[in-house]
Ligand binder design. Structure first.
Ligand SMILES: [Fe+2]
Ligand SMILES: [Fe+2]
Length: 274
């Protein structure tokens, strides 16, 4: 057993990581090609009518408020950019495939909402501090994906053994292991390596050995997501007292702007996948 594995049912060297939804995997692969053509990307996405409808709805949403109605996928990709389209596809395919109610119970929707809220918070923070907003979005969306992998593994272990894992044991494993399991998951899915440290270090960004700024962005986005209660209980907190604000140069004005924008953006995105 891997020395870091805390229990018999969760082995870090033998994790059962679910497949990335097929459309997401294909869009990620295509979007990462150096000379990807917009026509090929539009052709791929058009094979999924539900996804096409959502992409058009997103491009025409109040958040982007285009001057003219966007009626084709090519127009949406031109307007949003390839990285943002990749992010929308990931968000929608996660909503439909990864958050299985039977495995996650009533918590599933909350986990997903928390991922979306943190993704949009990370994008807004990254824009503010000059980090890559598309990478920040993905790291925010997936920052707690390790919880999903652990919950699935606990569920199937319970099914096979006939004995459910005790709630306190499960909670301890979730708390201790979700960051490292999340990092291993994004590597397994061959997502950009730049996501690894921000996801593994999203509760302690100073532990990041690379991508320190990006890790700080995701750490702050997670704090903000808890402040606004995005997929979780809203928590009273003095965010500006956290050292991350000093390190990223977040002022009272910046926080006021976050407060004004992030909860609204979250609602638009949540409606897109509802
Ligand atoms: Fe977390
Ligand atoms: Fe979180």
């Amino acid at each position: 057993m891997d020395a870091r594995s805390p229990c018999a049912w969760l082995k870090l060297d033998d994790l059962h990581i679910p497949m990335l939804p097929d459309m997401a995997a294909r869009v990620i692969a295509l979007a990462s090609e150096p000379d990807v053509s917009i026509a090929r990307l539009a052709h791929l996405i058009s094979k999924d009518p539900a996804l096409t409808t959502r992409m058009l709805g997103f491009a025409n949403s109040a958040y982007f408020s285009p001057a003219q109605e966007i009626t084709t996928l090519t127009q949406s990709i031109l307007m949003l950019g390839i990285a943002a389209v990749r992010n929308v596809v990931l968000t929608v395919s996660f909503a439909s495939r990864m958050y299985e109610a039977r495995v996650l119970g009533s918590q599933g929707r909350c986990y997903f909402d928390h991922g979306i809220g943190t993704a949009y918070a990370a994008r807004v923070v990254a824009d503010r501090v000059g980090a890559s907003s598309d990478e920040a979005f993905l790291a925010g969306l997936l920052h707690d994906v390790g919880k999903l992998v652990i919950l699935r593994q606990a569920y199937w272990h319970g099914k096979r053994s006939g004995t459910a894992i005790a709630q306190d044991e499960l909670q301890a494993v979730l708390d201790d292991m979700h960051t490292i399991v999340g990092g291993l998951t994004v590597r397994h899915w061959k997502l950009p390596e730049s996501l690894y440290e921000p996801i593994v270090c999203h509760h302690d960004y100073r532990q990041a050995s690379t991508h320190l700024k990006e890790a700080a962005v995701v750490y702050l986005a997670n704090l903000l997501s808890h402040r606004y209660g995005l997929g979780c209980e809203a928590e009273q907190m003095d965010v500006l007292k956290d050292p991350v604000c000093r390190e990223l140069g977040i002022t009272v004005q910046a926080l006021t702007s976050f407060d004004a924008h992030i909860p609204g953006l979250f609602q638009v995105a949540r409606d897109m996948v509802a």
